[in-house]
Design a protein around this ligand. Structure first.
Ligand code: PLP
Ligand code: COI
Length: 352
């Protein structure tokens, strides 16, 4: 793929790595590429970060044809940069796009674009412990038609942002609540990464935050009996005997987290743990001894307490359970290059 590079005149000052927050700082450049029926994908470019001019009839503004991905570039102790399983994000975005009648970005093109932008912004990849460069590929309908039908023009963009922890407090246990709302419909779009799912989760999320909860734990939208996931991460539990329990959705409304699928391999193949992947009833979670949220942004965030109305299940707000700690250390070790990657997950970025 030919990627045009459009230089900007002035580069920005870099933010303080100790106070990055999440998604607050945007870098000097972004990636952009267009699609239409005649030309397919064309005009790939890395351009100065800036606004997107839009016609008021642009289809994404009306019918929400938008999908996105989330991944990270990590700085190793030797100062090198590496990505974690970017092909998995490429494949998931193809699936998300199929569901919303949008064209897919071919896997090799997606990975090449991500690598090119990260390389162009290599000096923005932070090195403080717990920091990384969050990568947000996204795609949306750009055609200007007001009829309800799939658009005929799209744009694929990637922006990058240096980040610290997603949940305030870093790796301290947080509280979740079971909300009165669902984030997805049974057999709807909960299993794809589309902006529309996050729009659904905002109202319950504002309520949860106002009550002091870090996020909502959504139940299955059909029977409200089984545990699904939180607004921005999958969940994991640990049984007394150390078995890792991974909730599955019988209504196909959980996002297939790449972190979660990687942790299952880490647990089984590196740590010799037993893993159960199955629907998990909400009324059995008081039998477990640890709980955590997992995702690119969340990494593995320990959950200390889950409230449902006036009932609470408490795992402990003061300490991180040993299994979640071990899983976190092993996965982040692989991602940051401190632990050898025996799975072929890491892609090194070729930097000076
Ligand atoms: N579930 C939801 C709703 C998410 O937004 C995310 C974040 O991407 C995840 C789970 C975790 O997925 P991944 O591990 O691929 O980042
Ligand atoms: C991610 O983990 O990449 C996500 O997209 C989650 C989002 C809530 C920031």
């Amino acid at each position: 793929m030919d990627i045009r590079f459009e230089k900007r005149e002035h580069l920005q000052e870099k933010p303080d790595q100790k106070n990055l927050g999440f998604g607050k700082h945007f870098t000097d450049y972004m990636f952009v590429m267009d699609w239409d029926k005649e030309q397919g994908w064309h005009d790939a470019a890395i351009v100065p970060y800036g606004g997107i001019p839009m016609d008021p009839a642009t289809m994404v503004l009306h019918y929400a044809q938008e999908t996105f991905e989330g991944m990270k570039a990590y700085r190793t102790a030797e100062g090198k940069i590496q990505l974690f399983r970017p092909e998995m994000n490429a494949r998931r975005m193809i699936k998300s796009n199929e569901r919303l009648c949008m064209p897919g970005v071919p896997e090799e093109m997606f990975v090449e674009a991500v690598k090119a932008l990260v390389k162009a912004q290599e000096d923005w990849v932070p090195s403080e412990p717990g920091t990384s460069l969050y990568i947000r590929p996204f795609m949306f309908a750009t055609g200007d038609v007001i009829g309800v039908k799939p658009a005929t023009e799209y744009q694929f963009r990637i922006l990058v942002t240096p980040v610290g922890p997603y949940y305030k407090g870093g790796v301290k246990p947080v509280k979740l609540q079971v909300p009165e709302f669902d984030r997805a419909a049974p057999h709807g779009t909960g299993n794809i990464k589309a902006g529309l799912n996050y729009a659904m989760s905002l109202h319950p999320s504002v309520i949860a935050h106002s009550k002091g909860y870090a996020d909502n734990l959504f139940l299955d939208p059909q029977t409200r009996t089984y545990v699904e996931e939180t607004g921005g991460a999958n969940v994991l539990f640990v049984k007394k005997d150390g078995t890792l329990v991974v909730p599955q959705s019988f209504t196909d409304s959980i996002l297939p987290s790449i972190t979660r699928r990687s942790l299952v391999d880490v647990a089984e193949k590196m740590l010799g743990m037993t893993v159960e992947q199955r629907p998990v009833r909400f009324d059995e979670i008081d039998q477990f001894v640890e709980c955590g949220m997992c995702g690119t942004a969340a990494v593995i965030s320990p959950v200390g307490q889950i409230d449902n109305g006036d009932k609470s299940v408490v795992y402990g707000m003061e300490h991180v359970g040993p299994v979640m700690k071990k899983l976190r250390e092993t996965l982040t070790g692989i991602q940051s290059g401190a632990i050898e990657d025996q799975f072929g997950w890491v892609h090194k970025i070729d930097v000076e």
